[in-house]
Ligand binder design. Structure first.
Ligand SMILES: *Cc1c(COP(=O)(O)O)cnc(C)c1O
Length: 369
């Protein structure tokens, strides 16, 4: 890729391809693969990522909200798209754009059945979400009877899948809890099939589930973070490649003496002579204030430079004392090193939050061979 001349988020579609096959090869050949592309494909670019996954042969895609699905349809995505958290106000759009809703409550089901009828649909695909312990969204076991009554003879919709979500798939200390979720999910499936009179396909695992609970892959898995290069585990991370790298350049360099300060509220005061570089990105670009005041570092010519003082809206300042550099030189905020995971961890957060927070102001640049 050419030289960086401003703040850019580089999106490596070859890394995406590598990660896709790494994950897919851990599954049974017949298991469907759903690529999660919500939140701009974890802060990268939903359209380019979805189209690439479609080319690679992904079976399903998922977004959180209807508008995200509409953007994918506008971009030419033809694969089935599961909307994980649709809002009933958008059901008309959802149906006209052939998006498939997760249905997780009685109220949602009633509202959707009305919408499907109004649009004169036959066997419109819906996905039944059950709560098996995360206590976020989902029907409970006591709703199965009701679901059977509502859906068994309904001609407008068809429950194509049954799914749930694990609460702690990345944490093996929670193994007994997760096994409990898996067995609850199996029990729900058996009863639901008998009440419906047909058998929706099943899916439960997210990325860490694929890694830690391969026996529970059922007919499909749903992977997000793994596609983008993180497995919530060092051994897996070593085999994956980060898709997104945030890079920028040095805008200006200042030499400051002992007692002089840097940035708003004079949050950094130099104890000795030091060299400070200003970078053109800040909290409006997704580098939150939490990363300031020495918590995280960036890489300048392969050397660590800590963020000093408060993160501003459009700028951060880094300490480049002892690092040979000049205005215009490239700086890596995160990418291969430090990884987004490592950068986030220093500020007590996770790669998911850092990646999805990179704002739309940052230009995206694609690598695809
Ligand atoms: C976001 C999400 C996923 C993806 O999880 P990862 O840990 O990123 O693989 C899977 N399923 C549901 C329901 C989600 O909301």
């Amino acid at each position: 890729m050419g030289k960086v001349q401003e703040t850019v988020l580089e999106i490596d579609l070859d890394a995406l391809e590598h990660n896709y096959w790494f994950l897919r090869n851990r599954l049974q050949p017949t298991t469907y693969f759903l690529g999660v592309v919500k939140a701009f494909a974890y802060g990268s670019d939903a359209e380019r990522i979805a189209l690439k996954l479609q080319d690679l042969g992904v079976d399903y895609l998922a977004v959180a909200y209807v508008q995200e699905g509409v953007a994918l349809r506008d971009a030419g995505v033809t694969k089935p798209i599961l909307v994980l958290h649709p809002q009933s106000v958008n059901f008309d759009t959802l149906i006209t754009r052939c998006l498939e809703p997760s249905i997780y409550s009685r109220h949602m089901l009633t509202t959707f059945l009305d919408a499907a009828k109004k649009h004169d649909q036959r066997n419109y695909p819906i996905h039944l979400k059950f709560n098996t312990g995360l206590n976020r969204l989902g029907f409970l076991e006591k709703d199965i009877e009701y679901l059977g009554e509502q859906l068994k003879t309904n001609k407008n919709v068809r429950a194509v899948s049954l799914f749930s979500h694990l609460a702690a798939s990345e944490d093996l200390r929670e193994l007994p809890f997760t096994k409990g979720q898996i067995s609850t999910f199996k029990r729900i499936g058996t009863v639901l099939d008998s009440k419906l009179g047909y058998s929706p396909f099943r899916h439960l695992l997210n990325t860490s589930g694929i890694i830690n609970y391969p026996d529970a892959q059922f007919q499909m898995v749903r992977s997000g973070i793994g596609l983008y290069g993180f497995g919530n585990e060092a051994q897996v991370d070593a085999r994956l490649r980060p898709v997104a790298s945030l890079k920028t350049i040095i805008s200006q360099i200042h030499q400051i003496g002992p007692g002089e300060s840097v940035g708003y509220n004079r949050a950094f005061v130099a104890a000795e002579r030091c060299t400070i570089a200003t970078l053109p990105l800040g909290h409006a670009d997704g580098i939150g204030r939490i990363y300031g005041n020495g918590s995280s570092y960036v890489l300048v010519h392969d050397q660590k430079a800590f963020i000093v003082g408060n993160v501003c809206m459009d700028m951060i300042m880094i300490n480049v004392t002892g690092i040979e550099c000049k205005e215009g030189d490239e700086v890596t905020i995160f990418g291969k090193n430090p990884t987004a995971e490592a950068f986030a961890a220093r500020a007590n957060t996770i790669s998911y939050e850092l990646l999805t927070g990179i704002s739309q102001r940052v230009k995206r640049r694609f690598l695809d061979n």
